[in-house]
Design a protein around this ligand. Structure first.
Ligand code: UFG
Length: 332
């Protein structure tokens, strides 16, 4: 009999890669997605269109499919938008997640939650460990933290079991080029560099070179989306083995400045990225770097891919989807 895992947000970037890896490993992913930002081409197998906040539909789906776990990727992810429309982020990322959590609790289903490095805000020291102060500086980060706290209390008081995964900078695509990142709007550095190379935008604007870093630009910790997917499988197997709820960082523990990323993109694709220096973007911490020691030692997770592979896979994906990308980003 197949072992089903419900993937809320499984038509999105990280969710679709994880669903694909689950299928490869013999699980049966059931995709539940409201398709607000997901892509039908990224879904293989059954897709149920629905909101995480739709209690009636989600409970019927859970009763019907009886998954062994729920992976919850269904979040709004734009930091800037969250500062303009906080209510949208509270409605989807908090209220929606609480419905999902209640239904999981009622049925004794463990939850794997997509959290973010945004829960830390500007760190006092790097690398950032899981027990660092949690001081989000955006509504987006705050909504992730609210859900983490709800999970923690429900675990402590009601026996819910969960793993919360705090992603640093997700990047890359499946090595085959089938799955990858096509966010509208796109706000992330690596895809924006590639869009500039492909002519989908005139150039990349680098947000400031007056940070306290060696070249003055911000430093981030990029992690391949398939390494994130692998961590979800390890978290699933941890919970299925009956082990305790945990919170884990997911980063490569290597930092690259924005100028280093631009240079690496130029090297991998064999063409210079058109770019210019611009102003700081409000809310960007100078350095974000994970300590992933906890998940490495407890679950044996080890990222496979480095920066150049992330860029190479993302470039293969974009080239394979050039016509679609042109349609999605024309005039944007
Ligand atoms: N950047 C530019 N120009 C751009 C876009 C980005 O210079 O056009 C810079 C940013 O200023 C930053 C770096 O590239 O220094 C990385 O920016 P991203 O937008 O790719 O990623 P962030 O580090 O801002 O955001 C990531 C996740 C968020 C999460 C955040 C945690 O995408 O979901 O980390 O702080 F909230």
């Amino acid at each position: 009999m197949s072992v089903k895992v419900l993937i809320a947000g499984g038509a999105g970037y990280i969710g679709s890669h994880t669903a694909s890896l689950l299928a490869e490993r013999g699980y049966e992913p059931v995709i539940y997605d409201n398709m607000s930002t997901g892509h039908a081409w990224a879904v293989r197998g059954d897709l149920i269109k629905g909101d995480i906040g739709d209690r009636r539909l989600l409970s019927a789906v859970l009763d019907d499919t009886r998954p062994v776990a729920i992976m919850h990727f269904a979040g709004k992810i734009l930091v800037g938008e969250s500062m303009e429309r906080p209510e949208l982020y509270y409605a989807n990322n908090v209220a929606g997640s609480i419905v999902l959590l209640e239904l999981a609790l009622e049925r004794g289903i463990p939850v794997i939650f997509s959290s973010s490095a945004a829960v830390y805000g500007t760190p006092e020291k790097v690398p950032i460990a899981e027990d660092s102060p949690l001081r989000p500086e955006s509504v987006y980060g705050e909504t992730k933290l609210v859900v983490e706290r709800a999970l923690e209390w429900c675990a402590r008081l009601r026996g819910l079991r969960y793993v919360s995964l705090r992603y640093f900078n997700a990047a890359g695509a499946s090595p085959s080029g089938r799955l990858g990142e096509l966010h509208v709007p796109e706000t992330h550095l690596i895809p924006l560099c590639l869009h500039a190379v492909m002519g989908l935008r005139e150039k990349l604007v680098v947000f400031g070179d007056d940070y306290p870093t060696p070249d003055g630009t911000c430093i981030r910790d990029y992690i391949h989306v398939d390494d994130l997917a692998e961590a979800h499988i390890l978290a699933l197997e941890h919970l299925l083995a009956g082990r305790e709820s945990r919170v884990y960082n997911l980063g490569s523990e290597k930092g690259y400045s924005n100028l280093e990323v631009i240079k690496a993109v130029g090297k991998v694709v064999g063409r210079e990225v058109p770019w210019e220096m611009g102003q700081r973007r409000p809310g960007d911490p100078p350095v974000l770097l994970a300590s992933s020691e906890r998940i490495r030692s407890e679950l044996g997770w080890k990222p496979r891919y480095g920066l150049e592979e992330m860029i190479g896979h993302a470039w293969n994906f974009l080239r394979a989807h050039e016509a679609l990308a042109k349609k999605l980003y024309s005039g944007k």
